[in-house]
Write a protein that binds this ligand. Structure first.
Ligand code: MN
Length: 486
């Protein structure tokens, strides 16, 4: 019987995209779409309909010779399966890898699969099948590109996923949030220099996940990928710059983020399922495109499961480590998918003292500014099951006693509800959202000491232990219509 957790099995981690796709395909989890799917909207629409059920593989999309794949890590259980651990060990495994990174190994020059074919002076849109996803997106976007750059001061690499709008033959606009890549770029730009980058498209699920680790600035996320793989990642030096890229990746765009240049980018439909506005952004000048002999292009449909899980799982691992430093009795955390994998955090604790859940709530707000709502539950509630969390709120929470509200804290600028009324005083709607957010914490735990039976969860003896396959009599058919009036 296939349940989401039953499909996870302990084994060797998947270190290769093609082996992972073959594994998904063998178990009926890849839908091959008929040839010629239009790259504008239709491809994303089909992938979205299959989200969380099957990966979608598009041969010759829009008549392009390079196929597109989407949604190959669109279930939490699949990601655990790629790691070779049960779902219950997913966060611990990721955390171990982040804490014990494994240095990469460089392959001999000319031996990297990702450099089998080299293009120079070619139009990105001709070489690669870049889809246009959402209704109001301002054109084709690269959404599953690992952007790799070297710290101009130390040479240590950083890996991130940034949305990239393909503007013209060899120019692309990139959104950089104020994190590591942005810091590298600012250092280069201060010296009026370009920042060399590689945009890697088509990579195994664990390397993709590693790119989203909340790691220190001088941690090369490719080393976390190596730790997850259980073997050093093989890398190759780019042809036009010093950046090292995973040697087995499908496609690499080599280029430079230009100093002092900004071009308009957006609107683009983002993870909260709203558009972010058109603004001036930094620009990548493309120098070369390299790829495998017959490459596969990966696209992530924004705000769908693949996108949300990529962001939420590494964050959960980091939040769990953060909370456990102060509260060893924190057992598990979950960033709810309904909260776009960012804003709503569920925390499971083994409560030892009255009031403790409120301390946990305050610590969680401090862990990441995106977190807007925290619900703390007891150890008899599965934090990854929203129905159980809602049950805990329904039966263990009283708003006058168990609610914390904090006014006017820093929130996510992509949350449209953070826009405040004053923005409209001159009659024009705001272009920039404020990111000023209230925080809400719910203590949905039962008292440490309570009268017998008041908080005793109803249970039928044997419900967990009975083997249904042994109990169900498949050989006997009952004729329920026997004796019924004709
Ligand atoms: Mn980083």
């Amino acid at each position: 019987m296939a349940t989401p957790t039953a499909s996870t099995s302990q084994g060797a981690p998947f270190t290769d995209l093609r082996r992972w796709l073959a594994h998904l395909s063998d178990s009926g989890r890849v839908a091959v779409i008929r040839e010629g799917t239009p790259l504008e909207h239709t491809l994303a629409a089909i992938a979205k309909r299959l989200d969380g059920k099957q990966a979608a593989y598009f041969p010759k999309p829009g008549g392009h010779s390079v196929p597109v794949v989407s949604g190959f890590m669109s279930r939490r259980a699949w990601i655990a399966e790629a790691m070779g651990v049960p779902e219950s060990e997913l966060l611990q495994r990721f955390r171990n890898a982040a804490e014990h990174p494994l240095p990469w190994q460089e392959v001999t020059k000319g031996k990297a699969a990702c450099q089998q074919v080299v293009h120079r002076d070619r139009d990105v849109r001709e070489v690669l099948p870049v889809p246009t996803h959402s209704e109001h997106d301002n054109g084709p976007y690269i959404t599953a590109g690992l952007v790799i750059a070297r710290n101009p001061t130390t040479g240590v690499q950083n890996v991130s996923i940034n949305r990239i709008q393909v503007h013209s033959k060899e120019r692309m606009a990139i959104l950089m949030l104020p994190r590591h890549l942005w810091a590298f770029y600012k250092t280069a730009e201060a010296c009026n220099e370009a920042l060399a980058v590689a945009v890697v498209i088509g990579i195994d699920p664990l390397t993709l996940l590693s790119s989203q680790a909340i790691a220190p600035i001088d941690c090369d996320e490719l080393e976390i990928a190596g730790a997850l793989h259980g073997a050093p990642l093989k890398v190759a030096k780019c042809i036009t710059n010093e950046v090292r890229v995973p040697a087995d990746s499908e496609i690499v765009i080599e280029g430079r983020i230009l100093p002092g240049v900004r071009e308009s980018e957006g609107p683009f439909g983002e993870f909260p399922k709203y558009y972010s506005a058109r603004e001036l952004r930094e620009v990548i000048q493309v120098d070369a495109i390299t790829h495998r002999q017959d490459p596969i292009y990966h696209t992530i449909v924004p705000a769908e499961m693949e996108h949300l899980l990529l962001g939420s799982i590494p964050r959960e691992a980091t939040l769990l480590a953060h909370l456990q430093r102060s509260f060893p009795n924190v057992l598990d955390v979950h960033l709810a998918i309904g909260g776009v994998g960012r804003y709503h955090l569920y925390v499971k604790i083994k409560k030892t003292h009255e009031g403790q859940p409120k301390n946990v709530i305050c610590a969680a707000f401090g862990a990441h500014y995106d977190i807007k709502q925290v619900i703390v539950v007891d150890d008899d509630v599965e934090a990854h099951d929203p129905l159980q969390v809602e049950w805990a709120v329904a039966t263990r929470f009283q708003a006058d006693r168990d609610l914390i509200v904090i006014h006017g804290a820093q929130g996510s600028v992509l949350d449209p509800s953070t826009t405040i009324g004053q923005d409209f005083v001159d009659g024009t709607p705001p272009l920039h959202l404020q990111g000023l957010s209230a925080k809400m914490g719910l203590d949905a735990t039962k008292p440490v000491v309570y009268h017998e039976h008041v908080f005793t969860k109803v249970r039928v003896p044997g419900e967990g232990e009975i083997d249904l396959n042994a109990e169900i009599d498949v050989a006997t058919r009952i004729d329920f219509l026997a004796g019924a009036a004709s």
